[in-house]
Design a protein around this ligand. Structure first.
Ligand code: GDP
Length: 301
């Protein structure tokens, strides 16, 4: 993870150390930290929150360098953990002894297919019986691509060979297959056409209706795959999806190819959604369940 966040860290850490290294943190230093956070795509809202917290603390006591960094880390960890207060603090995983259905959403190119492959691999490795539904039937290549990842991870892919098939019909078949095979996790690849929000909403709600009917007790998660290299621009996409898809969490991809890793904080602050996984590479192993501790250490140490 440290390596994955290298680009973001390199921009931040040295400057941060230079700012706080000069002695107790003062208001001029706080202003420099503010600029640094904005530069790392933390976003205005999240940056304001962090800076206010730092200033409040400074009013109470002087912060020597080590304490300043430790306090900053604590603010960031608390922010990142806030959306999951209700859920458990440990790594996110499918619920045991349940039928988990995870809808994977996101615009084309965000890394949806790759992420499905990686999650399938991780779940399989962790002992879950897993199945993939290729319900992105809009893109001809998508089904093929998801099958390649299915082969790589050794997870069966349920697809409908016909052209222009209904995504909900694929999900219907996949739930039957999952129940027959006693699968614990069904990953559903969905179409990423952001251009047409109405279609997107209709498609996703149809899929949900099928799930509610056929697997009423399933534990449903709706994860948005978000390309970190887009920084703040990705957030706008995320807002559209969060209106359409009843999202429960975010997978942040391509952290290895960007200095905009700070966008994780913007996601949490602006969307109120927890980060569940992070992708930092194109390989099957390059996915980590999210930990605020690991993330902040990788960013600021
Ligand atoms: P989809 O259209 O959303 O299904 O996107 P794909 O899964 O096909 O991924 C689009 C491109 O992004 C591919 O070239 C992937 O290899 C690449 N990609 C996906 N995740 C990551 C990641 O975490 N890091 C890097 N560097 N590339 C990624």
């Amino acid at each position: 993870l440290r390596q994955g966040l290298d680009k973001t860290r390199r921009n931040i850490v040295n400057q941060l150390k230079a700012i706080v290294g000069q002695g107790p943190l003062n208001q001029a230093g706080v202003a420099e930290i503010e600029a640094l956070l904005l530069q790392a795509d933390v976003g205005v809202e999240a940056t304001d929150y962090i800076i206010t917290a730092l200033q409040n603390k400074l009013r109470e006591e002087a912060l020597p360098p080590e304490q300043a960094i430790a306090y900053l880390k604590q603010i960031l960890r608390d922010m990142l953990d806030r959306p999951q207060e209700k859920s458990q603090k440990q790594f996110f995983a499918p619920e045991k002894d349940a039928f988990n259905i995870w809808l994977i959403t996101g615009v084309n190119g965000a890394g949806k297919t790759t992420t499905i492959g990686k999650i399938a691999h991780l779940a399989q490795k962790s002992g879950y019986k897993c199945l993939i539904a290729a319900a992105d039937t809009f893109r001809a290549a998508a089904v093929q691509q998801v099958k390649v990842w299915g082969d790589r991870s050794g997870v069966e892919v349920i697809a409908n060979p016909g052209k222009n098939t209904d995504p909900a019909a694929v999900v219907f078949d996949a739930i039957d297959a999952a129940i027959a095979r006693q699968s614990e996790l069904l990953l559903v690849d969905t179409a990423g056409r952001l251009q047409n929000k109405k279609n997107l909403m209709e498609e996703l709600s149809k899929i949900r209706r099928i799930i509610n009917k056929k697997a009423p007790n399933a534990k449903i998660e709706s994860l948005l795959v978000l390309d970190a290299t887009l920084g703040q621009n990705g957030l706008r996409q995320a807002e559209v999806f969060s209106q359409a898809a009843e999202l429960t969490g975010v997978v942040l991809t391509k952290l290895d190819s960007t200095a905009k890793g700070g966008v994780a904080l913007a996601v949490v602050q602006q969307l109120g959604l927890p980060i569940r996984f992070i992708g930092a590479g194109e390989g099957i192993e390059d996915l980590r369940p999210f930990s605020s501790y690991e993330f902040v250490e990788a960013l600021l140490s």
